[in-house]
Design a protein around this ligand. Structure first.
Ligand code: SAH
Length: 242
């Protein structure tokens, strides 16, 4: 009989989880599939990962809506569609080693964990890193490693990577990240000013790099040695051209 006796609170919780799963399915259909996300593996990952576990308690019922949400410390969890586009651009098949810069809530890392073999994710704010790590652990992700530090320098210990994703805005493509790409490896990174960036995918071909531009976007700044130097620095992209 165990498992059949639900307290009233458990009953409420099961009901809520069902409602949230329905909202998640709607998000995948209306915000992702109908806007052009095609990779079935990506769509399946978004259907599976409970985004509401990665937002603040007061935002649970907004977790599947079409916008970014604050996660504390001046940072945000990106709009689902943006997470999906960036993920699709990485072209993951399942056997890759992936590096993420900007763990934030850990949501993007969970999506990557569904799609690749191993994920390393770096966050500069220790409190956010700890929180993300706890949620990822609770959800049973054993192929994600959360690291506290300046991700603009990459993570040479485990390089090279099949794919690198930067979920914060950079003034230029960080050189250490280019160097840590495998042959045919992809770096997806928003590059521009603090107020507006272009979403770039840079592919390593030998010692050359092919750059594709997927249009305007807006991210919180990448703060670090190969990003912006301080919270308030007003540096632009220094004539960076695509
Ligand atoms: N991918 C996240 C959203 C990230 S918001 C998610 O799914 O929720 C961008 C994050 O990048 C913030 O948490 C910010 O603290 C972090 N960040 C900014 N500069 C960084 C740096 N140099 N190294 C690591 N993390 C950085």
């Amino acid at each position: 009989m165990s498992g059949l006796l639900l307290s009233r609170d458990d009953g409420k919780r099961v009901g809520s989880e069902k409602q949230l799963a329905q909202m998640r399915a709607n998000m995948v259909e209306y915000q992702l599939r109908r806007r052009g996300i095609k990779d079935e593996r990506v769509l399946k990952a978004f259907l599976k990962v409970p985004r509401h576990k990665f937002v603040r308690p007061q935002d649970i019922w907004h977790a599947y809506e079409d916008y970014p949400l604050a996660i504390g410390y001046g940072q945000t969890i990106s709009q689902p569609y943006m997470v999906a586009i960036m993920t699709e651009l990485l072209e993951l098949k399942g056997d890759e080693r992936v590096l993420e810069i900007g763990t934030g809530s850990g949501y993007q890392a969970a999506i990557l964990a569904e799609l690749a073999k191993e994920v390393f994710t770096i966050e500069r704010i220790p409190e956010l890193a700890r929180k993300a790590e706890a949620v990822l652990q609770e959800l049973g992700y054993t192929n994600v490693k959360v690291i506290v530090g300046d991700g603009s320098k990459g993570l040479p210990e485990y390089a090279p990577y099949d794919a690198i994703i930067v979920t914060a805005a950079a003034p230029r493509p960080p050189q250490p990240l280019l160097e840590q790409l495998k042959e045919r490896g992809r770096l997806v990174v928003p590059v521009g000013t603090r107020k507006l960036q272009d979403l770039l995918r840079i592919t390593r071909i030998g010692n050359d790099f092919k750059t594709e531009n997927f249009g305007p976007c807006l991210f919180v700044p990448l703060i670090g040695e190969a990003g912006w130097r301080g919270e308030n620095e007003l540096e632009g992209s220094e004539g960076y051209e695509v």
